[in-house]
Design a protein around this ligand. Structure first.
Ligand code: F6P
Length: 373
């Protein structure tokens, strides 16, 4: 293995609060070992398309440039969830699109930039690209990132705690207006095909019904819960819906899919609100929290996790690991092969303790009629 002198770091996919803490941690832990650190702009675009950047697409990361950034949301390097270099969409003369593998070109750019090792911070997409680069001989360490908490081989990813905290704060606010007007308010939250954000934020804020992708829903039990609450004198109800929630026998709601990008989820919240209004004759409103959950300052938990992951990635390089992802396995941070890390997503187990707790509290998931006590 070549001696490391210069480490590259890139942040790819949807941003997540805590990314800047990782960048700071990788930079300081590397510099404290005498290594140079360079940030690649917008995933791998800074290397692939240097002419599109005033600074050539690469930023030297120094102690000064990472000073005071851990508490900032977003990523100082920029990010992108389009233009995967291993399956790069290129339009043909006849207007059709072809996915081209530009890995050899990208590897050449790493060599030209004198980058001996890459720390790639991302979700399943960026980690899959990282694995491919590793298989072509680049020294790669992955750092898991997603607000969705759906990466299988780590018990947590930074960004999730911030998203859940902010979502529950928003739901708290919706409670007061829902109560004043005696309405149903349906809150749609991100999470892709996993219901972690909806479940945790809904539970923390005391939602009455929670719809998640792992439990296909029927709105009859939800309407029954709302009516039952009404009979008990509670004229309002809060329903939290994960963007990937699916009606039993139906499909996920999508906004569309652009070439070279993942499908964009959305629309289930307003659909549920409309249908509940019809079923209950109660006035309903829907709110989409969307990208608000990705923005803002990371919680202390996410800052700390980002710092731990960044330093662990550098320790992985020192210890000679390659092609691995750092992963939280409390109380420690371990390394798992990148190939295993992206093998499958982590869904909410329908029989997990949090779901059992929710059911004990009378929260309806749309799969059972409420108890009649
Ligand atoms: O994976 C993170 C995530 O925020 C999902 O929860 C959401 O579906 C998706 O990204 C949205 O991505 P975009 O940035 O393309 O809107």
């Amino acid at each position: 293995m070549t001696e490391i002198k210069r480490v590259g770091i890139s942040t790819g996919g949807g941003d997540a609060p805590g990314l800047n803490a990782v960048i700071r941690s990788v930079t300081l832990a590397s510099r404290n070992r005498g290594w140079d650190v360079v940030g690649i702009r917008d995933g791998f675009n800074g290397l692939m398309f240097p002419d599109e950047y005033i600074d050539g697409g690469l930023i030297e990361l120094t102690r000064e440039s990472v000073r005071g950034i851990s508490h900032l949301g977003g990523t100082i390097l920029g990010s992108t969830n389009r233009g995967n270099p291993t399956a790069y969409p290129m339009q043909q003369d006849d207007g059709t699109w072809l996915e081209v593998d530009r890995t050899p070109e990208l590897l050449g750019r790493f060599a030209d930039a004198g980058i001996d090792a890459l720390v790639t911070v991302g979700g399943d997409g960026s980690l899959t690209i990282g694995n491919q680069l590793h298989q072509h001989g680049l020294h790669v360490i992955g750092v898991p990132k997603t607000i969705d908490n759906d990466l299988d081989k780590t018990t947590a990813t930074f960004g999730f705690d911030t998203a859940v905290s902010f979502a529950s704060e928003c739901i708290d606010r919706l409670f007061t207006t829902a109560t004043s007007h005696g309405r149903i308010i349906v809150v749609e939250v991100m999470g892709r095909y996993a219901g972690w954000i909806a479940l945790h934020a809904g539970m923390a804020a005391g939602a009455h019904c929670i719809l998640i992708p792992e439990i296909p829903y029927d709105l009859a039990p939800i309407a029954a819960t709302i009516r039952q609450r009404e009979e008990r004198g509670a004229k309002f109800s809060i329903v939290v819906v994960a963007e990937g929630a699916v009606p039993a026998g139906g499909a996920v709601s999508t906004v569309g899919k652009a070439v070279g990008q993942a499908e964009q989820l959305g629309g289930v919240g307003s659909r549920v609100a409309t249908e509940l209004q019809e079923l209950t004759s109660k006035e309903s409103r829907s709110v989409v929290l969307g990208h608000l959950l990705r923005g803002g300052s990371p919680t202390a938990t996410d800052r700390l996790l980002g710092l731990r992951f960044g330093a662990a990635a550098v320790r992985a390089l020192v210890e000679g690991h390659d092609g691995v992802m750092v992963a939280l396995d409390p109380p420690t941070v371990t390394y798992v092969p990148l190939a295993e890390a992206v093998y499958r997503m982590k869904s909410v187990p329908p029989d997990c303790d949090t779901i059992l707790t929710a059911r004990d509290l009378g929260i309806n998931f749309g799969d059972r009629m409420p108890d009649t006590l």
